[in-house]
Structures are given as C-alpha cells and as structure tokens.
Design a protein around this ligand. Structure first.
Ligand SMILES: O=C(O)[C@@H](O)C(=O)COP(=O)(O)O
Ligand code: ZN
Length: 201
C-alpha cells in the first residue's frame, strides 16, 4: 500500500470508529498525479483495503470498482484545483439537517462559531438525487467553485480540503455545528454578525 493509500485507510477507519458514518456509507479520496485514489463501492470505511484509481473525468483507471460517488469527487476536484482530498459521510446531525424543510439553499447553517466560519464557511444545499445519480455532477461542480463544503439534500455532506486532514477537520466541524444548530433550534440564538464573519476571512 502506498503512503497516500495508507492515509486514506487510516482516516476512513478513524471516521468509522467515531461513528461519523456507519454501515457501508461514506467514501474518501485523495488526489494523485493522474487523478485520485478513492475507496471502493460497497465496503465499510472501517475496513478499507485496496483503493480504486479514477481520472478527473470520472473514468475508472485501475483497482476495484470505485465508489458510486466517484463522479462527485471528480466534480469537486475539477472545480477546486487546490483540493487534495474529498470526504463524503452520513454523519447523523448533518444528515438530519439535510432532511429539514425550509432551509436556505445558498447557505444552510448560520455562522454560530468562529471555528465553523474558519473551517466550513458557506454551506450550499444541493437538490436531492439518488446516490450515484450522475445528474448531480454538473450541479455539484458549479456549487463547488464557490464553496468547498456541500450538503446533499436527504443524504449527507461532501467536503473538499487541501489534504485529508483539512477535509476531515472541515467535515467534522460541519457535523458538530449541525448538532449545535439542532440543539439550539427552539432557543433564540445570536450567530456571529457579518462584520465578525468578515474579520475571520
Ligand atoms: O449513500 C450512498 O449510497 C453513497 O453515497 C455512499 O455513501 C456509499 O456508496 P459507495 O461509496 O459506493 O459504497
Ligand atoms: Zn452517501
């Protein structure tokens, strides 16, 4: 196993152990010279073995059958040349938020904390598509040009980062902020002001 493949397996196992995704859900990838390495379809992130190599076009180049969301990972890499890794999870609180009615599709969660603003920022909601539906590719690619974290309606988050650690940091912060938002829903809350948000970027 290459060093990068080892890092993907380690991160996947850590996310699974901490119940940030469950069963056979979620997928993790990291950019290589000629595309990206991605977890195979139908496996548990708790036990990642061989990885698939996929081109930025979404074409399967080598290894086991890639995640059915490889086309989405490819869309994020194309939209964000600085992205070195992409993580998709079914983390409970973010999925719960993705099922809410009346969300702002341009930015789902308010800026509750500075850390959320620094790690996630804006969070667009993408319309529901069945898992693996390639019709979501162009929609995700457009949205990812201006946001590195996206929430798939009635599904879960997908986040790009400079590397695996940055993508993991961001998706974990998204999950914790979704949890806070759900905890605070029945109470008057005071998010950061636009000035406070601006001062962090
Ligand atoms: O929700 C789904 O089915 C996929 O988005 C998913 O999380 C796991 O699919 P694979 O990566 O193809 O196993
Ligand atoms: Zn999924």
């Amino acid at each position: 196993m290459t060093d990068l493949a080892h890092q993907i397996a380690e991160l996947s196992a850590s996310l699974f152990r901490r119940r940030l995704t469950h069963g056979r859900t979620g997928n993790v990838s990291a950019r290589t010279g000629d595309g990206f390495l991605i977890t195979p379809t139908g496996g548990s992130l708790g036990a990642v073995g061989e990885l698939a190599l996929v081109a930025l076009t979404g074409e399967h180049l080598d290894g086991p059958r890639p995640s059915k969301e490889a086309f989405l990972h490819a869309a994020l890499y194309r939209a964000r040349p600085d992205a070195g890794a992409v993580v998709h999870l079914h983390s409970t609180h973010a999925v719960a938020v993705s099922c809410h009615d009346g969300l702002d599709p341009d930015d789902v969660l308010p800026p509750l904390t500075a850390y959320y603003v620094m790690r996630v920022g804006r969070l667009p909601l993408l319309p529901y598509h069945a898992p693996g539906d390639p019709a979501l590719g162009p929609i995700a690619e457009r949205a990812a040009r201006t946001a590195h974290a996206l929430l798939l309606a009635n599904h879960g988050p997908i986040v790009a980062g400079a590397d695996l650690a940055a993508a993991a940091d961001a998706i974990e912060e998204l999950e914790e902020t979704a949890r806070l938002w759900l905890l605070l829903r029945d109470r008057p809350t005071r998010p950061l002001t636009p000035d406070q948000v601006r001062s962090l970027s």
